[in-house]
Design a protein around this ligand. Structure first.
Ligand code: SF4
Ligand code: SF4
Length: 349
């Protein structure tokens, strides 16, 4: 079978991806330069970014790899329950990477099988990406990276990307007609609650709410930015939601499997009082950056949001959390109570 690049691209779209392009692996080399710039600007993040350098030299880990097939899947199609809006990043709510019932997962698996059935050697990393996904997608012409660092197609930034390495040399640079960011626009930077998006294309991973509510920030009592998380308890969409190129980008016309069932029952209070078996069986498989065994983290994040958005009816819930079975939750709840007490004392003066 003689396979050409457009056969692969058309098949990706037929399976459910929105856009697709193909680049030679060598086109990733420039990514390292951008990474160095980021490290130079934020030396405190060096350790985190160092690991990404291998994305520029894919043939060291995959000597057989010749090309990267890069595809985008549009998740702006899904309905987000009101309780979750502005509290959990939409990407994580509609995350198809591990959800076998989701269209995104099924599209990815079917496409990988198609590539393999074409007798290609294939490698992918469905969880985190086998290369720098946004950079590869930009090089493949399927969209642009904007000043907020997110990747946009004509449908806005609510897309996730997947890359597949293949062992044949192919190239397909897609066409897109996307306007760049306006020179003077800085709405995303202004919307960033912690100042993490410090300058165009310059986001500090150490201070981004998305990182501080998932990978980092395990003891929020010691996190100096905890009072700037606003309503977020897992991820953050502020710099995407503020962007004019995302105006009307979210359509919300389809249901994501299982999301409505738990989404309307996921208020801060319900999280803090929830049963650990429910967090383990229902929530952790969806919001999986918090690893199994550390489900108490959903509760400490929710307690932090209660403090930041305090209402008197939270008080009995926070007090009850002082008796939680996990010390991390008990300690956080006691600390939140102290903070509330201090605030009350100050306003009584
Ligand atoms: S995700 Fe949130 S915290 Fe991170 S850069 Fe964007 S606005 Fe800032
Ligand atoms: S808010 Fe403005 S500067 Fe930021 S990504 Fe959108 S268009 Fe670009």
């Amino acid at each position: 079978m003689i396979l050409n690049a457009s056969d692969i691209v058309n098949k990706a779209i037929e399976f459910g991806f929105d856009k697709c392009g193909i680049i030679p692996v060598g086109m990733m080399s420039e990514y390292e330069v951008r990474l160095e710039e980021r490290i130079e600007h934020f030396p405190q993040t060096q350790e985190k970014y160092e690991a990404f350098k291998s994305f520029s030299h894919l043939q060291e880990d995959y000597p057989w790899a010749k090309s990267i097939v890069i595809c985008s899947f549009w998740y702006g199609r899904y309905h987000i329950p009101d309780e979750l809006q502005g509290r959990i990043a939409k990407y994580y709510l509609t995350d198809g990477r591990r959800n076998t019932e989701s269209k995104g997962y099924q599209t990815s698996v079917a496409f990988e099988k198609y590539l393999t059935d074409c007798n290609l050697q294939v490698a992918t990393d469905r969880d985190f990406g086998i290369t720098a996904l946004r950079w590869a997608a930009m090089k493949a012409g399927i969209g642009v990276i904007r000043k907020n660092n997110f990747f946009y197609t004509e449908k806005g930034s609510y897309q996730y990307l997947e890359a597949f390495l293949i062992d044949v040399p192919l190239q397909y640079i897609a066409e897109s007609h996307i306007k760049p960011c306006a020179e003077k626009c800085n709405l995303c930077m202004k919307a960033c609650p912690t100042g993490s998006l410090e300058a165009p294309y310059m986001m500090c991973r150490n201070t981004c709410v998305s990182c501080l509510t998932t990978w980092d920030g395990w003891d929020l009592r010691a996190e100096p930015l905890q009072n700037r998380f606003g309503k977020w308890i897992y991820g953050c969409d502020s710099c995407q939601d503020a962007c004019p190129h995302n105006k009307s980008a979210w359509k919300g016309e389809e249901n994501f499997p299982g999301l409505n069932e738990w989404g309307n029952f996921f208020s801060y209070s319900e999280i803090v009082l929830s049963d650990y078996s429910w967090l383990e069986s229902v929530i952790q498989p969806k919001l999986w950056y918090i690893p199994h065994g550390k489900e108490w983290r959903y509760k400490t994040n929710a307690l932090n949001a209660m403090l930041n958005n305090y209402k008197p009816n939270y008080l009995p819930i926070i007090k009850e959390a002082c008796n939680d079975e996990y010390a991390e939750v008990r300690d956080m709840a006691k600390w939140v109570l102290e903070k509330i007490q201090k605030k009350n004392d100050n306003s009584a003066k």
